[in-house]
Ligand binder design. Structure first.
Ligand code: 2RA
Length: 329
């Protein structure tokens, strides 16, 4: 398999390369693609060196799969060019996610929708992926009516400039700002731009993408998304109202038996998920599972995942693995 990684030198691109290697994805040739200033640079992959090429060169090399993480504008312009050349694109930007002609895929939930005709496949937003992975099996059992979610998101979701801002502020060094405000010792209740309804785009992604991935427009989702000075992953406090009542041990057992989820939930031993320990792992971690005692049929839980892994690179590579395993590329 010839595989292009578009945005290969970026934060997600780097993790994509790592995850492809770790999971022994059947690659015969890696095509690292980046902006003009990185063209010609050498990148190590599985003990071999590969030269970074431009988008034009990569299209002409006709990879079977291209993993994109280079921003919405690049995806809008270049994903169709790759698709026309016969490449299947798995795109990590928000460019195609809500396009009704494109699939938005979390493999454990809806990979079975994919066909050979899907030439541009959208990888969902990081904070959505980790939430829906835990919601989906519970929805099947108890039927979700409404979700109220508050996020505590890692600076790695913004990129390398934000990680640098946090490090500079921590060290007391002046530098470039990725955010409008300091992030060290702060919590910024704005992720992405504001929409007309007063919500941020990140908040609306969680609302819209959840319905599309879970294939159910009736699920109501309201979100508050917040950037905090952490790097290991995104955390989410999620309140879920079901149509039907549930048993807490059954909830734990359903989550425990869901591929991709690790339950860490024991108050006696102070066991619960934290981003520091989720970093570098592919699973979504769920804990603090408890009944919302303020109203019937309602559950609270805490969900943590490495946003660069299951929230981005790992999910994209899992989609690619599904395509290969099912002869769709
Ligand atoms: C963030 N959701 O954390 C974004 C990254 N895709 O900012």
């Amino acid at each position: 398999m010839k595989v292009a990684v578009v945005g290969a030198t970026g934060m997600v691109g780097e993790v994509m390369r790592k995850v492809l290697a770790e999971r022994n994805f059947p690659i015969t040739e890696l095509i690292p693609v980046a902006s003009e200033k990185s063209v010609g640079k050498e990148i190590d992959f599985n003990g071999k060196k590969y030269k970074v090429v431009s988008l034009e060169t990569a299209v002409a090399m006709k990879p079977q799969i291209a993993l994109f993480s280079a921003g919405g504008d690049t995806s809008k312009e270049w994903a169709p060019k790759f698709a026309e050349a016969g490449t299947t694109v798995i795109d990590n930007s928000s460019a195609w996610r809500m396009d009704p002609t494109k699939k938005l895929v979390v493999p454990e939930i809806n990979a079975s929708e994919l066909t050979k005709e899907d030439k541009i496949i959208a990888n969902p937003n990081c904070s959505t992926i980790q939430m829906v992975l835990a919601l989906n099996p519970l929805h099947k059992k108890y039927n979700i009516e409404r979700v109220v979610v508050s996020t505590y998101q890692s600076v790695t979701g913004t990129g390398v400039k934000a990680v640098q801002q946090l490090e500079n502020e921590y060290a007391g060094v002046q530098g470039e700002m990725a955010y409008k405000y300091p992030i060290h010792r702060n919590a910024i209740p704005q992720i992405d731009v504001f929409e007309d309804n007063g919500y941020t785009k990140e908040e609306m992604k969680m609302t819209r993408e959840t319905k599309k991935i879970m294939g159910d427009d009736s699920i109501r989702v309201t979100a508050t998304t917040v950037r905090i000075p952490t790097v290991g992953g995104h955390s989410e406090a999620v309140n879920i109202e079901f149509s039907n009542d549930f048993d807490l041990n059954e909830v734990r057992s359903i989550l425990h038996n869901t591929p991709g989820i690790t339950v860490q939930d024991n108050t006696d031993t102070f066991t619960y998920p934290m981003p520091l320990y989720a970093e570098g792992k592919d699973d979504v971690f769920v804990g603090r599972i408890r009944r919302d005692e303020s109203q019937p049929n309602t559950l609270n839980m805490w969900i943590v995942a490495d946003n660069l892994r299951k929230g981005a690179a790992t999910n994209a590579v899992q989609i690619a693995e599904y395509l290969v395993a099912n002869g769709l590329v």
